[in-house]
Design a protein around this ligand. Structure first.
Ligand code: ADP
Ligand code: MG
Length: 696
């Protein structure tokens, strides 16, 4: 196929070397256009600059070897088909082994010259040195020279190998006219960034390590800068272009509720509420993130804000991530606000199981018969219509995707105020990326009188002792949690060592806690039953609660002072920290006991860290380092934009540069046309993800 104009949006079939069959394969990697192929960046690189003489082959090290084959042989065992051959260069010979690639017998002959990249192994059984972990190899034509350099390694498939990608991308780069610069010249100059055209070419085929580093920095900067500009634009839209509602100064209702609180607010709580109140009085829509470690008392701040909305004649919505939590907030709010004539509704899967009760609740929401509605995801269904929604609060936001947050906001005629609350101590760089459009309030202080939680790590051997201790605590009036990673015994053999909640429950309730009211709670238990168990635990009737992580977020039972976590190595640090936050909520001394038999170094290090610090931020940073953002935030829900080059943990410096540059750029009086083209670039690069951000 030929085509005169080169467009990055052209189908990838216009690239030399990509026919219809391969194009179909590329689709599996989400590559449809030239642009997609161009930004199919290397996963890593192979340093193929130096050939290793066979005489210098080193055990357990990778080398590039070039030589001639002889003694090619195929052996078959019951499970393996093994090809062995001898590779010889000017210095020595070495054995080469291929596993289960018998088709190579047709291609390899005595006298064939090959280049092979692989690891050298010493087989103590046969006493032979061999190259048997082969990364790649190629057959050299007679007289062919070996090309050396830094080679890209692409995410590939069974049907599309490295040499396909290397050739196709090289062809694409050869045909591509110089890429136009997208960044404003002053930014490039100030930050000394590599020109875009060079960066795009060099990231695929870098001349050397330093140039590669610069190319990566430039492309990472672009991604981060575009996102930051996007976030700044959203912020600007909020503050300049949109008009929200404007509340009066705090009046009698807020004052009365405030005075009825059973405790004095901490300085941070007070300051946060004052800021929130001010935001609400402002005609611009409030967009605020309240960040505070578990137990720091975010709920009461949210409640006061909701009361303020109600005082001004609006409805408020409070969205929680789980049924248990929604029910808990509903109970707390009802207790504290009923006397003031504030009407509170609960919308969750349980109360809406029957069509009739659901319709009734929807009606009451639509007719403003509820002032505050608390609920789970059920709140963002299309059928839910508010009459006069003025404030939307989402609790434990990281559980919700960015889109969900946006959807609730769109439920109102006017633009409602919005608060996002999170207990996950998100590192600052992450906050800037995920919540860059929000103002941030921090609640750092803990309510007074909290005693630190004593954390200790024990092995299964000490289990009996641990539960004897738990029993003593219960007999002296306290309550306890036992958390297990699984509900039932896994069918997978590799997970057999995990003692599941059902079995731990049976063991405890039939054994040492026979005479003590125990309950089991997990995700497979019906919502109604779950609620009942939780309220009996809340009321102090149930003393010991065995559960899975359903109790992870937000559950608040101040009398519970002990938490035992079984198979603690199965949880990430942030999760352990969240779990631990369920105890230590009252004035009694609290304990968290982590049971684990894991000898694995990383797992042990994690648990030891839990023992030594209770600082959520510290733990979160560690956790991110260990697990990466995806797992940290729980799969697809993390709300992070899809970055191809940048890594917001590794590229912190670039992120801050991008943030800075974007801040100056968007606030200075720049031509709106430029924003339009930025938006286009952003959409091209990040597709749907950006349109989501854009709506938030
Ligand atoms: P989180 O920030 O984790 O959501 P909560 O709002 O659930 O924390 O508060 C944890 C506990 O602390 C609750 O029992 C709450 O009533 C209590 N609490 C909140 N603020 C204060 C305060 N200023 N003084 C004493 N107790 C408080
Ligand atoms: Mg909470």
């Amino acid at each position: 196929m030929s085509k005169t104009e080169f467009e990055l949006t052209d189908s990838v079939t216009y690239v030399k070397g990509v026919g219809p069959r391969r194009a179909k394969e590329l689709e599996k990697l989400n590559i449809f256009t030239k642009y997609d192929l161009l930004t199919h960046y290397p996963r890593t690189y192979e340093d193929q600059r130096y050939i290793t003489p066979i005489a210098r082959a080193t055990v357990d090290e990778q080398g590039i070897f070039v030589g001639t084959l002889s003694n090619i042989d195929l052996r078959e065992t019951s499970r393996l088909k093994i090809i062995t051959a001898i590779l010889t260069d000017e210095t020595a010979s070495i054995q080469v082994i291929w596993f289960n690639q018998q088709y190579l017998m047709k291609l390899l002959h005595s006298g064939t010259r090959i280049m092979i990249i692989g690891k050298v192994k010493f087989d103590s059984w046969s006493g032979v040195l061999s190259i048997n972990q082969i990364n790649s190899f190629s057959i050299l034509e007679p007289g062919e020279k070996v090309t050396l350099g830094i080679k890209p390694v692409y995410p590939a498939t069974a049907a599309l190998n490295q040499s396909f990608f290397r050739t196709a991308i090289q062809n694409l780069l050869d045909a591509m006219p110089p890429v136009k610069e997208i960044l404003p010249a002053p930014i490039i100059k100030k930050l000394n960034l590599m020109p875009l055209d060079i960066a795009i070419r060099q990231i695929h085929f870098p001349a050397n390590a330093e140039i590669l580093k610069q190319a990566r920095r430039r492309l990472a900067f672009d991604e981060l800068f575009l996102i930051q500009c996007g976030l700044m634009l959203i912020k600007r839209q909020n503050t300049v272009e949109q008009l929200g509602i404007s509340c009066k100064k705090n009046g009698e209702l807020v004052q009365k509720v405030f005075e009825s609180l059973p405790f004095k607010l901490t300085g941070d709580q007070l300051k946060t509420f004052e800021t929130v109140a001010q935001d609400m009085e402002n005609p611009q829509p409030m967009r605020r993130l309240i960040q505070g470690d578990v137990g720091s008392g975010k709920t009461v701040v949210a409640m006061l804000a909701l009361v303020k909305a109600v005082e001004n004649g609006y409805q408020g919505a409070f969205m929680a991530p789980t049924e248990i939590l929604a029910a808990q907030h509903f109970n707390t709010f009802t207790k504290m606000l009923e006397n003031f004539g504030i009407r509170i509704g609960l919308l969750s899967a349980k109360v809406t199981t029957s069509k009739k009760s659901r319709a009734e609740i929807y009606n009451k929401i639509a007719n403003h018969e509820f002032d505050i509605v608390i609920g789970t995801h059920a709140l963002i269904q299309d059928e839910v219509k508010f009459k006069n929604l003025g404030l939307v609060i989402t609790d434990e936001q990281h559980r919700f995707g960015v889109t969900q947050r946006a959807k609730l906001g769109r439920k109102a005629e006017v633009v409602p105020d919005m608060i996002v609350m999170t207990a996950t101590p998100i590192p600052r760089t992450m906050t800037l990326t995920v919540y860059g459009d929000l103002e941030v309030s921090l609640i750092k202080q803990m309510p007074p009188g909290r005693k630190p939680i004593k954390t200790s790590v024990k092995t299964v051997r000490s289990r009996k002792k641990v539960y004897e201790f738990v029993r003593e605590e219960i007999l002296s009036g306290r309550q306890a949690y036992v958390v297990c990673p699984l509900i039932e015994r896994s069918e997978y053999e590799s997970l057999h060592y995990i003692d599941p909640a059902t079995e731990i429950f049976a063991m405890l309730s039939n054994g040492i806690f026979k005479d003590i009211p125990c309950a089991l709670i997990h995700g497979k238990i019906k919502p109604a039953e779950k609620d009942e168990i939780m309220s009996r635990f809340h009321g102090g009737e149930i003393k010991l609660l065995v559960s899975t992580t359903v109790i992870e977020v937000g559950v608040d039972v101040p009398n519970a002072t002990v938490m035992v976590i079984e198979n603690a190595e199965r949880f990430g640090l942030s999760q352990l920290h969240q779990l631990r936050g369920r105890v230590g909520r009252g004035s009694e001394k609290s304990y968290c006991i982590l049971i684990s038999n894991s000898k694995e170094g990383a797992a042990k290090a994690r648990l030891d860290l839990m023992e030594s610090t209770s600082n959520g931020f510290e733990l979160a940073e560690e956790d991110l380092k260990i697990r990466g953002p995806g797992q940290f935030f729980g799969e697809a829900q993390h709300g992070l934009p899809d970055l191809k080059v940048a890594n917001i943990f590794r590229d912190v410096e670039t992120l801050l540069e991008a943030r800075d540059a974007a801040e100056n750029f968007v606030t200075s009086e720049n031509d709106l046309n430029y924003f339009a083209s930025l938006r286009k670039n952003l959409a091209l690069a990040y597709g749907e993800k950006f349109s989501q951000i854009n709506q938030a």
